[in-house]
Design a protein around this ligand. Structure first.
Ligand code: IYR
Length: 228
């Protein structure tokens, strides 16, 4: 299909070219993709091996293909590889995490994460070669300083982070969805503008050869789906 522009009420549209597959191909591909995605795990042990910048760029390009409210693409991916900045982030995160583990988290919460065997110490924030700090833009800040609306920001940025995690996994890298709480220190450390709020902190790297992950079970289809 040629990609020539067709106008609807003056707005440009192009033809969408779907890839056509037989039902057998669709079944096979969906099963293969599920198997691949089911191997993804949240990792806390990384090697310090470097990753080409181009890989991180492509992963972020992939995340940025996510759908978003009114196509506002209300996200900023801050990429941290500088060792001093990673250290600052680790120290600030551990300060908050120490307070959380010793004061702020309820007993039920602590019991719920007991199987993960996490604690307030976050060495992976320095070991992983990259930290991708995802910010949501709660509104648009135009170059002239005026503001515009963004829509469904949490949904949009959440989907983009899902795409990001899938892209990271697809190339054989590992990641963690880390949410030090509160995480406003990231706005100051990374000098983010007033319209941005930290959303997720995602260390990215190669899994350490001896990395262990909790022996978790995914809920079965029968428990996560209702068919009408
Ligand atoms: N943010 C803390 C605690 C924590 C909370 C949940 I919910 C987890 O699934 C895992 C950890 C931390 O990162 O250690």
């Amino acid at each position: 299909m040629t990609n020539h522009v067709i106008h609807r009420n003056g707005h440009p549209f192009v033809h969408y070219s779907a890839s056509i597959h037989t039902p057998e191909e669709v079944i096979y591909t969906s099963a293969a993709f599920y198997q691949r995605m089911n191997q993804r795990r949240s990792l806390r042990d990384f090697t310090d091996e470097s990753i080409p910048r181009e890989v991180i760029e492509n992963i972020i390009r992939t995340a940025s293909t996510a759908p978003s409210g009114a196509n506002k693409q209300p996200w900023t991916f801050c990429v941290v590889s500088n060792p001093e900045t990673k250290k600052e982030i680790r120290l600030a995160a551990e300060k908050e995490e120490y307070e959380s583990y010793t004061q702020r988290m309820s007993n039920e919460w602590l019991r719920d994460i007991e199987p993960l065997q996490t604690d307030w110490q976050k060495p992976f924030l320095e070991t992983a070669p990259y930290l991708i700090v995802v910010f949501k833009q709660v509104y648009e800040l135009k170059p002239d300083g005026t503001k515009g609306n963004h829509y469904y920001v949490n949904e949009s940025v959440g989907i983009a982070c899902g795409f990001l995690l899938a892209a990271i996994h697809q190339v054989g890298l590992a990641a963690l969805t880390h949410t030090p709480s509160p995480m406003n220190f990231l706005s100051q450390l990374l000098h983010r503008p007033e319209n941005e709020r930290p959303y997720l902190l995602i260390p990215v790297g190669y899994a350490a050869p001896d990395a262990l992950v909790p022996d978790l079970k995914r809920k079965p289809l029968s428990e996560v789906s209702v068919w009408y």
